[in-house]
Design a protein. Structure first.
Ligand code: SF4
Length: 220
């Protein structure tokens, strides 16, 4: 089967799940902390951990100078609390030492490549976390690649199977129009959670089945 074009896939995903226009979730430092908290846990757990952290400390500055054990206690509901507490304090301490402090709005002046390079210098901040900050908080066309995006994009052959997760970020940013990056990211994740699941994808119910080169060829 011929590889489908994103211009064919995106309208079907919008019809299936509804459109997802961009809206800011949190300011950039908040998005950075929230993304670290979301690693290897559910949105509900990381959301609880974020609320608990903010209730206890109130400001980024207070977290940057807090003991790791105090931060760990506040975010325990998010799992991997000790490691996440270290990442969060290290990243916020590094931001505090920068000229701009916790205000990352200046990153809008940069290209995605430059802004991501700036963020990934911070301790504990990888390509996906940096891309989440740029996309969700600053509305820049960075395409975070999580496990759902990586799996679905490969099954649909939007990207080459041999690409690493890091390379997939760059390739998806190349093939998706800047104004569609947010909706495309959100809809592919939703499709991965609800239909194109890691184990036993629901190909027989999938609205992309007629276009998908992997339809009914993957059992897990
Ligand atoms: S047809 Fe199957 S493998 Fe292809 S996108 Fe749909 S659920 Fe995923």
């Amino acid at each position: 089967m011929k590889k489908p074009a994103l211009s064919q896939i995106l309208p079907i995903l919008i019809t299936t799940y509804g459109d997802r226009p961009w809206r800011r979730r949190l300011e950039p430092a908040g998005e950075l902390v929230q993304t670290i908290l979301s690693q290897n846990t559910s949105d509900a757990n990381s959301g609880r951990a974020y609320d608990s952290l903010m209730k206890k400390f109130g400001t980024w500055d207070n977290i940057a100078k807090a003991d790791i054990s105090e931060i760990t206690d506040a975010i325990r509901s998010g799992g991997l609390a000790d490691a996440k507490a270290r990442y969060i304090r290290s990243a916020l301490s590094a931001l505090k030492a920068e000229n701009h402090g916790f205000d990352l709005e200046f990153l809008r002046k940069y290209s995605v490549k430059e802004a991501r390079a700036w963020l990934t210098r911070l301790p504990g901040v990888g390509m996906k976390t940096a891309s989440c900050v740029l996309l969700f908080s600053l509305g820049m066309p960075a395409f975070p690649v999580d496990t759902h995006v990586y799996r679905v994009a490969r099954r649909l052959q939007l990207i080459d199977n041999r690409l690493s997760v890091e390379e997939a970020h760059i390739e998806l940013e190349r093939i998706v129009r800047a104004e569609d990056v947010y909706r495309c990211h959100m809809l592919i994740i939703e499709h991965g959670r609800k239909t194109c699941r890691a184990r036993y994808p629901l190909c027989n119910q999938c609205t992309l089945a007629a276009l998908c080169p992997s339809c009914n060829s993957t059992s897990r």
